[in-house]
Design a protein around this ligand. Structure first.
Ligand code: F6P
Length: 319
C-alpha cells in the first residue's frame, strides 16, 4: 500500500473532517502518500484529485462539513462511469480508497471493490440509518443541534401557550427525531417506524392543557410527512394555535461534537491500518463501544433497527 485516496460522498456530516485529518496523518506517519479526491465519485471520474500533506488538514478537526467537498454523481452509477473511476485511480497510482458516507456511498465503494479496487468504508451520515453500526459519524452533532433548537422553541411555546411542530431530517429513519425529542423533553415524537393517529397528539395537547401545561412540542421526522399538513389538523381539533419550524440543513452543519470527532479520528486511523494489513471491502462500525469491521456488502444489506426501548421510555416520560 503506497498511496491511499480519500473521498467524501452523499450528504455531508459533522465529523467527516476529523476522519479526513486522521486518515491523512496516519498515512503520513506510516510513510504512505495520501490523495484527496474532491467532490465525491464525480470528482473521482473527472480526476479532481490532489496530494495532501500534514498541513492540508491543519485546523479542521473542529469544523463541520467536508474540506474535500461532496456530490452525487449519475455518471458514476453507470458501468462506464465505474470503469472510468478505476482508470483514474490507476493513473494517479492510488492503491486503495477510503470512502466516507452513507449507504449509497458504500454501494459505490462495493462496486469499485468488485472491479478490483481496495476499499474501506467509514459510516458518515446525520441520519444514523445504517443498521450495521450502532452510530454513524455526524448523528450526535445533529441531535445536539436539534435539541438545542427545541429548547429554544420550548421557551416561546410556553410564553404564548402554543403547540410547536419541529420537522427534522432523517429520511426514512426516525433516530434524529427520537434522540433529540427524548433529550429535549418533547411531548410527542412522531417517527416513520411507529404508526400513530393524529388523536394521539391532540389528546395529549388537551390533557396537558387541563393540567395547566402551556407548551406542547411535537418532533416530526420528515419520513412521516410534512409539518404544515399536520399543523391545520391539530388546530382544527384542539383550537390551539400551532406553529411550524422546519429545521432543514442547519442540522447538517456546525462544530462536530466530541463524540463525532473521536469516532472520526478512531475510524480514520483504523481504516488506514486495515488497508496496510491488506484488508479490503470492509466497513467500519462502532458496536458496544468497540470499533469493529464487517464486509461492506453485508453492511449495506443489514436493515436499520429502531430503538423501541428508547421510544417506549419516551412515551412513558412524556405523559
Ligand atoms: O442523508 C442526509 C440528509 O440530510 C437527509 O436527512 C435529508 O433527507 C437529505 O440528506 C437532504 O438531502 P439534500 O442535502 O440533497 O437536500
Amino acid at each position: 500500500m503506497k498511496t491511499i485516496g480519500i473521498l467524501t460522498s452523499g450528504g455531508d456530516a459533522p465529523g467527516m473532517n476529523a476522519a479526513i485529518r486522521s486518515i491523512v496523518r496516519t498515512c503520513i506517519y506510516n510513510g504512505i502518500r495520501v490523495m484527496g479526491i474532491r467532490f465525491g465519485y464525480d470528482g473521482l471520474i473527472h480526476g479532481n484529485i490532489y496530494e495532501m500533506n500534514v498541513s492540508s488538514v491543519a485546523d479542521i478537526i473542529q469544523r463541520g462539513g467536508t474540506i474535500l467537498g461532496t456530490a452525487r454523481s449519475d455518471e458514476f452509477m453507470t458501468d462506464r462511469g465505474k470503469q472510468k473511476a478505476v482508470g483514474i485511480l490507476e493513473d494517479f497510482g492510488i492503491d486503495g480508497i477510503i470512502v466516507l458516507g452513507g449507504d449509497g456511498s458504500f454501494r459505490g465503494a462495493e462496486a469499485l471493490a468488485e472491479l478490483g479496487v481496495n476499499t474501506m468504508g467509514i459510516p458518515c451520515t446525520i441520519d444514523n440509518d445504517m443498521g450495521y453500526t450502532d452510530y454513524t459519524i455526524g448523528f450526535f452533532t445533529a441531535v445536539e443541534t436539534v435539541s438545542s433548537a427545541i429548547s429554544k422553541l420550548r421557551d416561546t411555546s410556553s410564553s404564548h401557550g402554543r403547540a410547536n411542530i419541529i420537522e427534522v431530517m432523517g429520511r426514512e429513519c426516525g433516530d434524529i427525531a427520537l434522540y433529540s425529542g427524548v433529550s429535549s423533553g418533547a411531548e410527542s415524537i412522531l417517527v416513520p417506524e411507529v404508526p400513530f393517529r393524529i388523536e394521539d397528539v391532540t389528546n395529549k395537547i388537551e390533557s396537558g392543557r387541563k393540567r395547566g401545561k402551556l407548551h406542547h412540542l411535537i418532533v416530526l421526522a420528515e419520513g412521516v410527512g410534512r409539518a404544515h399538513e399536520m399543523q391545520g389538523q391539530i388546530e382544527k381539533i384542539t383550537g390551539v394555535e400551532t406553529k411550524v419550524t422546519v429545521l432543514g440543513h442547519v442540522q447538517r452543519g456546525g462544530h462536530p461534537s466530541s463524540y463525532d470527532r473521536l469516532l472520526g479520528t478512531e475510524m480514520g486511523s483504523k481504516a488506514v491500518e486495515l488497508l496496510i494489513q491488506g484488508k479490503t471491502s470492509m466497513a467500519l462500525a462502532t458496536r458496544n463501544n468497540q470499533i469493529e469491521i464487517i464486509p461492506i456488502k453485508e453492511a449495506v444489506s443489514i436493515k436499520n433497527t429502531f430503538n423501541q426501548s428508547l421510544y417506549r421510555i419516551a412515551q412513558e416520560v412524556s405523559i
